[in-house]
Design a protein around this ligand. Structure first.
Ligand code: GLU
Length: 310
């Protein structure tokens, strides 16, 4: 897949131009002021490849709240700690429901469909937290992300975390429901405190693309998890990474990807590259509108879909 690539910089510049000219940019998440106040007109994109300089365009150096993209990193930690035992607590099927839905959790008796919807991510975080403190767990998460990105400056925005705690009623409901089924092992306020802080990690597109290199699985990429685990995490990103828009993302982009309500998307071209795109306006699935469009344009142009060229 890597040979005969067109030079990436002009492609990213053109994609950024198109995104900047768009007058339909989606809607920013407005459940907390820190996200509601983000300027809708921003757009950034970055591509990291093992052993090569990161290519970027637009607002690729502006930090944003990675939100649910953090679920990928916490999943890697949980699989490192529990291995396949994690699957006794959370499934690996797409949900077809919104990210914070209660409905399936009730039908399926506290066994969340996958680690990327909120209920599943709360269980995943709870599993990593068991036997340690929120501070240690978040320290481990930051160490992992910083090692993956090769960047010690990556941090958690405390204000975002506090706003999430103040407004996260549905997440509290999900956590208590999980607890009622014995699928939460720590007090809900500790699991959720950890979960809200993980969502409040702040990164730029350039940092996020570099952090995604551990999932590329090619020589020169950081070896933080085994090849077998990379394959599994990418599979989950493909099938579940965009909530009930996961099928649409696979159809349009054809790459494993994880979105966050801050407007970021991390996508992996297995064996080749990690791509981060950010634009804060969301589509009706809650995924970045211009980010998805840019990824579709990029993979179509370069032929990077895992399903073959366009
Ligand atoms: N902090 C958000 C929540 O749990 C994350 C959702 C998302 O990024 O999709 O509600």
């Amino acid at each position: 897949m890597a040979e005969a690539l067109p030079p990436l910089q002009p492609v990213l510049d053109e994609i950024t131009e198109i995104a900047r000219a768009s007058d339909d940019r989606g809607k920013v998440a407005d459940y907390i002021p820190e996200l509601a106040d983000v300027d809708l007109n921003q757009f950034g994109i970055a591509i990291a490849r093992p052993g090569l300089p990161t290519v970027m365009a637009g607002d690729a150096q502006v930090p944003f709240s990675i939100q649910s993209v953090s679920k990928v990193f916490m999943l890697a930690l949980a699989l490192g700690k529990l291995g396949d035992r994690l699957w006794s607590r959370v499934g690996r099927e797409p949900s077809g429901h919104s990210f914070d839905s209660m409905l399936l959790l009730e039908l399926e008796k506290g066994y969340p469909r996958n680690p990327f919807i909120n209920a599943g991510a709360i269980v995943t975080t709870d599993a990593v937290l068991q036997g340690s403190s929120p501070r240690e767990t978040l320290g481990a998460l930051l160490r992992f992300i910083r090692a993956a990105a090769g960047d010690e400056a990556i941090h958690i925005n405390d204000r975002v975390a506090r706003s999430e705690i103040a407004t996260g009623h549905r997440n509290f409901a999900l956590a208590h429901y999980l607890l009622s089924h014995g699928n939460l092992k720590n007090p809900p306020e500790l699991s959720l405190g950890t979960y809200f802080h993980q969502c409040a990690v702040e990164m730029t597109c350039a940092q996020l693309a570099n952090a995604g290199l551990f999932l590329v699985g090619a020589p020169g990429a950081p070896r933080l998890v085994s090849r077998a685990r990379i394959r599994r995490i990418n599979a989950l990103m493909m099938t579940c990474g965009h909530y009930d828009g996961s099928g649409d993302y696979a159809f349009r982009v054809g790459l494993p990807g994880k979105s966050g309500v801050g407007g970021g998307i991390l996508s992996i071209v297995p064996g080749v590259a990690a791509i981060a795109v950010w634009s804060p306006g969301l589509n009706h699935y809650g995924n970045s509108k211009l980010g998805t469009e840019a990824m579709e344009r990029l993979t179509t142009r370069i032929g990077w879909s895992v399903f073959g060229p366009a």
